[in-house]
Design a protein around this ligand. Structure first.
Ligand SMILES: Cc1cc2nc3c(=O)[nH]c(=O)nc-3n(C[C@H](O)[C@H](O)[C@H](O)COP(=O)(O)OP(=O)(O)OC[C@H]3O[C@@H](n4cnc5c(N)ncnc54)[C@H](O)[C@@H]3O)c2cc1C
Ligand code: FES
Length: 256
């Protein structure tokens, strides 16, 4: 983990979202990791915001942010040349190294859970592993990174609650038959979606979920992101999503 000052190379807004690319000196990351990001905006909001890495190359690291409040709005309003304080890469990563060629891999993503799964897809495709990617949203305006996924030859299966794109309904409707056949399930999205998916996963499938708890520090000090996790000794303990997570085995997460 490193605190660094990065410069906005490019930034664009669409609908409720902003996509920006930062350049500067940063440590290489793994898919599922995140940064605590704060622009050059002074005290409001005071705290940096956790944002997953969408992709990176040797020189730039990219993020996709949905506006839900003041911090995310300010992140989407950055312009080329602005500077941003970035602490990271933070957290653990999806264990993609364990996936073998020929394994059946299912991604299940909703909302801002899609960017880290896109990064994971890139890493798998590099190893000639083509995942099945289910993406659910309220409406077509919240379907993310479609062109980017297609450029990887990953054709997402879409569901929208209002039927404006793909199958009308919930993501579990399109994922449920595929979950039983998957060797690996990687999921990231709103808690309600993860709880619903967890009920469909049996013990044979290796399933890893990325949790998006609210975070204050992002590196293990405040304990604000603690979440109940069942450990191998049978005890449930509170793990920090920002340090021991954000990725946990699905069957070990205690949903409250
Ligand atoms: C590991 C991790 C990775 C993330 N990756 C991304 C990403 O790639 N892109 C992205 O847009 N967002 C991502 N988020 C969520 C993002 O951090 C929050 O949306 C952001 O911090 C909200 O800040 P704000 O000031 O805009 O909103 P606030 O004013 O703090 O909150 C506005 C509303 O959003 C709700 N909210 C805030 N944070 C969260 C959260 N973590 N989960 C659910 N509801 C929340 C609040 O309860 C409130 O109702 C991630 C979160 C985590 C923990
Ligand atoms: S956000 Fe402070 S301990 Fe995780």
């Amino acid at each position: 983990m490193k605190k660094t000052l990065l410069r906005v190379r490019e930034s664009r807004q669409f609908g409720d979202y902003g996509l920006f690319r930062l350049e500067g000196e940063f440590e290489p990351s793994m898919p599922g990791q995140f940064y605590m990001l704060k622009g050059d905006w002074g005290y409001t909001p005071l705290l940096a915001r956790p944002i997953s890495i969408m992709t990176e190359d040797r020189h730039t690291v990219s993020f996709l942010v949905k506006i839900v409040g003041e911090g995310s709005r300010k992140l989407t309003e950055v312009n080329a040349g602005d500077s941003m304080t970035a602490v990271g890469p933070l957290g653990n990563h999806f264990p993609f190294e364990e996936v073998k060629k020929g394994d059946n891999v299912l991604m299940i993503g909703g909302g801002v859970g899609v960017p880290p799964l896109y990064y994971l897809s890139e890493k798998l495709v590099e190893r000639e592993i083509l995942p099945v990617f289910c993406q659910g949203a309220r409406s077509r305006n919240d379907i993310l990174l479609l062109e980017e996924l297609r450029a990887l030859s990953v054709e997402p299966l879409i569901s929208t609650e209002d039927g404006s794109s793909g199958t009308k309904g919930l993501i579990t409707d399109i994922a449920k038959e595929r979950i039983g056949k998957a060797d690996f399930v990687f999921a990231c999205g709103p808690k309600g979606m993860l709880v619903a998916v967890s009920k469909l996963v049996d013990g044979k499938t290796r399933a890893y979920f990325s949790l998006e708890e609210r975070m204050a520090c992002g590196f293990g000090i405040c304990l604000g992101c603690a979440c109940g996790i069942k450990h191998d000794d049978g005890e449930t303990r509170y793990d920090r999503v920002c340090v021991e997570g954000p990725i946990f085995e699905a069957g070990k997460i205690v949903w409250d």
